[in-house]
Design a protein around this ligand. Structure first.
Ligand code: PLP
Length: 471
């Protein structure tokens, strides 16, 4: 039978090959500990050159699957990266077959995305007047939230660009996503006021003063960005304090809760870190970090659905809705964000929650906090030093506190690289008080206490080995 050239030559051959691929994928995920990051071979670019030909399924198994980013491994704690779930296999296969465009129209995705947003809304304590949209991640969610704030602040913003004197406030150390969003909205990052922080928490008095000063010079304070889980040290702003202030000042309160918002699911004392988050006007958070769901998936959650729609909805004639038929259905998520065409992000979150249950996520998040505390104990017991107290799931430390600052920095950076190359353990680094430190952000459901112990022993051993070289 002659086939269309964009169809498989033989579906039964493909079926057989896919069974092999599925077995390989299930093995790789089940045995994640045996599959750490490895340096990609130097000729990978050549192997990937378009037009190389050959059996794609076999090439994916041999040349693609091994060269992942390492974040599926139980001893991966670099940056803030999620570990991926077996439910992603279910969702990925089904999503590929359905090829859903979730921008609008009347099909299952609308209900599923609504269910995911509704569950999250309840966990965050927003009432049922809230709305949301699944996006690539917190970076995009921040743009959506701040654009919503901007249009509420200046209803003309969509028409003529609106007020040029808008200002945004956040603690120094706020994630770069906020700066990017402020730039993208055309405010310019000089309009982002970086307010002093004390122990990783925004100084409310300094914040108030900055607002007063800006108003006095004729500017319009538009939004305060509170952080729930700062990227470097895992600090949490006093969200109730921020909510009191924004309520009194009539300013939008946005919370960057990329990973830290999920302490809402954790046990005490970690849950208390996000008390007050329910009073925010908007939250940006990720499923792909501390909910462990496969990349990519974040959420912009907006307390006031009307404000959310007002910032994005527009239906030109080619997108007209209808009472019934495929052009029916509400909501159309294109009315709530940047994208018109959108993949099926809801399915992998839904599969995760339905496969494991929300209690399993709560337990994993709580466990990661305990593991960070355990890591801090290990740091101190082994003669190393914390760069800052562990608040939830981030532990930042220096391996050799006895050395001068520059030598500590060099040593810690080399330890990070050495462990990545040799021990399947991934820390990243960050600078605290002028010293480059080792940093672990535990957003990994595969991590067990013995992994933490092994890794800390490896840090000590590597430090001992490298000290000779550096000293
Ligand atoms: C990761 C992160 C972001 C950016 O989120 P993406 O999902 O990578 O776009 C923003 N804020 C914080 C605190 C983060 O950790």
């Amino acid at each position: 039978m002659a086939t269309q050239p964009l169809e498989p030559k033989d579906w039964e051959d493909l079926r057989r090959d896919l069974h092999g691929l599925l077995d390989r994928c299930v093995d790789q995920m089940r045995d994640a500990e045996d599959h750490p990051w490895q340096t990609p071979p130097p000729d990978l670019a050549d192997r990937y050159a378009i037009g190389s030909g050959g059996d794609v399924v076999a090439r994916v198994m041999d040349q693609v699957l091994p060269y992942h980013g390492g974040n599926t491994h139980p001893k991966f704690w670099g940056w803030v990266q999620g570990s991926g779930l077996a439910s992603d296999l279910v969702a990925g296969i089904a999503a590929a077959v359905m090829n859903t465009n979730g921008g609008g129209r009347h099909h299952g995705i609308n209900e599923m995305e609504r269910a995911v947003i509704d569950w999250t809304r309840r966990k965050m304590g927003f009432d049922d007047g809230a709305s949301g949209v699944l996006v690539a991640g917190t970076s995009q969610a921040t743009v959506i939230a701040l654009q919503t704030a901007r249009v509420r602040c200046c209803p003309d913003a969509r028409t003529d660009g609106g007020n040029t004197g808008l200002t945004v406030y956040a603690a120094e150390g706020v994630h770069n996503a906020t700066r990017k969003a402020v730039e993208l909205l055309g405010l310019g990052h000089e309009q982002l006021r970086l307010v002093r922080a004390k122990n990783g928490t925004i100084d409310l008095h300094a914040l108030q003063q900055a607002i007063v000063a800006d108003r006095a010079s004729g500017l319009t304070p538009m939004a305060i960005v509170g952080t729930a889980g700062s990227v470097d040290l895992g600090g949490y702003d006093d969200l109730n304090g921020l909510a009191d202030l924004t309520a009194a000042e009539g300013i939008w309160l946005h919370v960057d809760g990329a990973f830290g918002a999920w302490t809402r699911l954790a046990d005490s004392p970690w849950r208390g870190l996000t008390d007050g988050i329910e009073r925010a006007d908007s939250i940006a958070l990720d499923f792909h970090k501390w909910m462990y769901v496969g990349y990519d998936c974040g959420l912009a959650l907006i307390a006031d659905q009307a404000a959310h729609r007002a910032a994005f909805a527009a239906r030109p004639s080619y997108l007209k809705g209808a009472a019934e038929g495929l052009a029916g259905g509400e909501p159309w998520f294109c009315d709530y964000g940047i994208d018109l065409s959108r993949g099926n992000r809801a399915l992998k979150v839904w599969c995760a929650l339905e496969m494991f249950g929300e209690e399993a996520f709560a337990a994993a998040i709580t466990l990661n906090c305990k593991q960070a505390a355990f890591m801090a104990d290990q740091v101190q017991a082994r003669g190393m030093a914390l760069a800052a107290p562990v608040v939830s799931n981030i532990c930042v430390f220096t391996a050799a506190p006895d050395l001068p600052a520059d030598q500590q920095s060099a040593l810690n950076a080399q330890i990070a690289t050495h462990l990545q190359l040799h021990h399947a353990t991934v820390f990243s680094t960050t600078d605290v008080n002028g010293i480059t430190c080792l940093r672990a952000a535990i957003t990994n459901h595969r991590t067990r206490d013995h992994h933490v112990e092994q890794a800390m022993q490896a840090v000590v051993d590597t430090a001992g080995m490298l000290r000779g070289v550096i000293g």
